[in-house]
Structure formats: C-alpha cells, structure tokens
Design a protein around this ligand. Structure first.
Ligand code: NAD
Length: 475
C-alpha cells in the first residue's frame, strides 16, 4: 500500500514510507507513502486538470455519480468497517455505523447536486441581477484519525456534489480507508483525478497541501494547534479554510432529569470511540442536589464497560497510539495534582494495545486544566452548579464552543439554556442526536466552519453575481 492515489493510479512514494499500526495490538499492519511537496503538487495538478472537465458535467450527472458511489460503498460496508477497525482500534459495530454514516453523506449530497440554485435580485427597471453558485475547482481535505472515512466523506461528498475535485491528506495514523476509498471512486465511474489521496506526515504532506497555490478551498478537521498552522499556511494564497477543531463539550443536567437515562447518555457521551470524538461530552455539570447520585450511577455504568480489540467488538477499543496514550494518561496526574478526586473504580485493561479505562474526576473547578483542555480520551470532569446562571457560566468557561448537552424535562428551561450557551451544536435530552441533514460546527476555538446539511455546500461553491443593463424596447 506504499503508494499515493493520484490521477487514478498508484503512485509510488519518493520520500520513503510510514508504518501504520493496529492500536489494539501495537503491531505494524501496513506501510504507506511518506508524501512530500512534489507528490502534493502532482495530486493538485491532476485534480486541477479534472476539475476543468468536471465543472462542465450536468448537475444531474454529478448527482447520479455520487449516488453510484453511495451504492458502491454500501455494497462493501463490511470490508471498510473491518479496515477502519484495524486501523483505528474502534469496535467493529461502531466502525460499521460510521461507514453507514458515510453512505448517508454520499446519498444526501447526491440529492443536493442539482438543487444548487442562485437567486434573482430585483434592483429596479432596466436591470437584471442574479447570482450563480460555481464550483471552486480543487478542494483540499486534511483529515484526522478519530473517524477517518467519516470525516473524509463529510467534506468530500458536498465538494463533489458542487462540481469540484479533491485532494485528500488522511492522518498518518489512519490512512487505509482513504486509499481504498479512492479506488472505489474510480470503480463507481468517476474519471481519474477526481479524488486523489496523498498520504504522509502533517508537517510535510499536510503543510504542502495547505500552502499550495492551486487550492480553491481547504477543509481542515483536527486540533486547534494544527488549525492555526494550517490557517497561516493558507493565508499566503488567501485560500478559504473551513476549520473543524476540538471541543470540551459540557453536558448540563438539571434536577428534574431522568437520572438513569441521563447516566447512560453521559457515559456514552464521554466514552464513545474511547473519548476520541470532537464533540465528546467530556464535562458533566450537574445540579448540586442530584450530583452525588448521578456520579454514582455514572461510575457504576462506566466501570462496567468492557475493553478489547476493535475486532472483538467490546464496548471500548484502545486509544489510537502509544503517544496519545501517554498524553491522555498524563491528565490523570494533572487532575490529581490540581486537587480533583477520582470517583469509583477503573477496570483492568488488556496487556497489549493502547487501552485506557474510563475515569471520572469530581470536584473539578473552572480553572483546572482538566476542565479547560481537550483530553480526547475517556476522562470526565464533573462539577456541581447551584442554579441556571451558574450552569451557563460553567458551561462557557473554556476556550471551546463545539457541542453542549442539556438534560431536563422542562422545555422552557431547555430552550432558554440552548439559547444562552456558547456552542455551535446543542443537543437536548439526547447526546449525539442529529445526523447528516443538520449543520454541525463550533464557535470560539472549535472552529469556523459548518459541515453537514445544505449549508456545508457553501464552502465548496463560489458565488458569482451578474448584473445586466436591459435596454428599452425598440418595437
Ligand atoms: P491533528 O491536528 O494532529 O491532525 C489532523 C490532520 O492534520 C492530520 O491529517 C495531520 O497529519 C494534519 N497535520 C498535522 N500537522 C499539520 C500541518 N502543520 N499542516 C497541515 N496539516 C497538518 O489532529 P488529530 O490528532 O488527527 O485529530 C484530533 C483532533 O481533531 C481533536 O482536536 C478533535 O477534536 C479534532 N476533530 C474535530 C472535528 C470537528 O468536526 N470539529 C472532528 C474530528 C476531530
């Protein structure tokens, strides 16, 4: 697999290779190409050539192609789910669900391809003004490792629907499904060069892509630190950038909520994908009156979760790498040294692989690092609030503003708090509610973009305005 996928062909690596491991065992399962600036340039040129032809296809044909790709992926779900599981360590059923979500992205945006209307704007007699939404050309997609194919399809599907081509740089830890996807794109009937994949390190291939002058739009999904570097690199060529960054999302639980139901939601919120979702509900803010009882129910549930290799499909897989394991484990020390307390017990972890058992910290105050920083592992930071104002104040006490969960039976309170918290995505009484049709994205350090829904198409289109003087009748 040590090749890029450029212009419909497997292009060998010139800069050496990178080992890819199975996080469940720590064993190397593949080597992929370590792309450099020249590889990225080759891919952008191929995408550029193809973009010139692709923009001339009819919107209906673009929809048909995307639908064919959806069917092709649907037909090989098992293969992709297994590959994603091997590469990320996530439980097989979760990988299956994510691949199902990829099919949904392709189907949803297939339906949108021929509905990308402009507007006519009345500006008075003797003139006609209208807007046209045109493809931007070559779109670049820099993808993280936590949900590799899902994040790829989330941005590539609307980019293709809008008539663009794509160059994808998957994360170095998890490049396998992206490479296989590029082949599937060809199998579904797209001409070579439509979707190109360059593998490699972020500072090399990723930077080269962000800094390339031939990119019409760049979608970056990853951490805040890298997001800043990507924005700086893209600034040189005024490349528009969609940033989808990290989170430290709170779950606010009011005293009238159904505590059993909420405990289940909170545990799913902070442990799903072993805490490696950007919108993980990694902070619990609980009404002081129910705090102790809720923490008890949460720790009981969390400590009952089974851990094991993704392919065995237990509740939790490993963290993605040894480096990430060290980073997440470090927050246990940090939390204890800051004065927070570990609640309940933590289960044993398998000997091999990068496993990490869920941990719940109580007595967390807003100044603590475990309350403010994205850990990206199954560690929950719990604090109590005294009233609604206090809950909102605690919820907003981080630099992030991605998700927020609100649990209450009082609809007035739910909608009031939804209006007050600074978050891009608010979920009431169901954490992770939503789907492909609803816009997703953050405020503050969580980013500037919106993915999913029809609004996401705007990032892959440029708006042209045409104003015409209409002469008087000559008859
Ligand atoms: P990361 O920022 O380390 O890497 C993301 C991608 O950027 C990778 O492909 C990497 O190779 C590349 N990269 C690294 N340095 C680069 C550089 N200098 N120039 C260009 N590209 C570079 O992030 P990660 O650790 O892979 O992913 C985890 C992060 O992603 C978390 O912060 C998580 O919250 C975030 N995330 C956000 C969303 C969202 O929708 N908001 C979704 C998934 C993940």
């Amino acid at each position: 697999m040590s090749t890029h996928h450029i212009d419909g062909a497997r292009v060998p690596s010139r800069g050496g290779t990178i080992a890819v491991e199975d996080p469940s065992t720590g064993e190397t399962i593949a080597h992929v190409a370590r792309g450099d600036t020249a590889d990225v340039d080759l891919a952008v040129q191929a995408a550029r050539r193809r973009a010139d032809g692709f923009r001339l296809t009819t919107p209906a044909d673009r929809g048909r192609l995307l639908r064919a790709l959806a069917r092709a992926l649907d037909g090989v779900r098992d293969e992709f789910a297994r590959l994603e599981t091997l590469d990320t360590g996530k439980p097989l059923s979760l990988a299956h669900a994510e691949i199902g979500g990829c099919v949904d992205y392709l189907d949803y945006y297939a339906g949108a391809a021929d509905k990308l209307h402009g507007e006519t704007i009345p500006i008075g007699p003797g003139a006609l003004a209208f807007t046209v939404r045109e493809p931007v050309g070559v779109t670049a997609h820099i993808v993280p490792w936590n949900a590799p194919l899902s994040m790829l399809c989330r941005s590539v599907a609307p980019a293709l629907a809008a008539g663009n081509t794509a160059v994808v740089k998957p994360a170095e830890q998890t490049p396998l499904t992206a490479l296989r996807f590029a082949e599937l794109v060809l199998e579904a009937g797209y001409p070579p060069g439509t979707v190109n994949v360059v593998t490699g390190l972020g500072a090399e291939a990723g930077h080269a892509l962000a800094a390339h002058p031939g990119i019409g739009s760049l979608t970056f999904t990853g951490s805040v630190t890298t997001g800043r570097a990507v924005l700086r690199a893209a600034a040189e060529h005024i490349t528009p950038v969609v940033t989808e960054l990290g989170g430290k999302s709170p779950q606010l639980v009011f005293a009238d909520a159904d505590l059993d139901e909420v405990a289940a939601q909170v545990v799913t919120g902070f442990t799903a994908n072993t805490g490696q979702y950007c919108d993980a509900g990694s902070r619990l803010l609980a009404d002081r009156r129910i705090h102790d009882e809720l923490v008890e129910r949460i720790t009981a549930r969390a400590s009952a979760l089974t851990l094991g290799p993704g392919i065995e499909d237990r509740a939790l897989g490993p963290l993605v790498s040894a480096d990430h394991h060290r980073r997440v484990s470090g927050y246990l020390e940090i939390g204890l040294s800051e004065g927070a307390r570990l609640a309940g017990t933590r289960q044993e972890v398998p000997d091999r692989g990068h496993f990490f058992a869920p941990a719940v910290f109580t007595g967390v105050t807003p100044g603590m690092r475990i309350a403010r920083e994205e850990i990206f592992g199954p560690i929950l930071a719990v604090a109590a609030f005294d009233n609604e104002d206090h809950a909102v104040e605690l919820a907003d006490a981080t630099d992030y503003g991605l998700g927020a969960g609100i649990h209450t039976r009082d609809i007035d309170r739910a909608l009031r708090v939804a209006g007050r918290v600074r978050a891009g995505y608010v979920m009431i009484n169901e954490y992770f509610a939503g789907g492909v049709a609803v816009p997703f994205g953050g405020t503050k350090f969580s980013g500037t973009g919106r993915e999913r829904g029809l609004v996401a198409l705007d990032s892959y289109l440029t708006l042209k305005t045409v104003v015409a003087r209409v002469g008087p009748s000559c008859g």
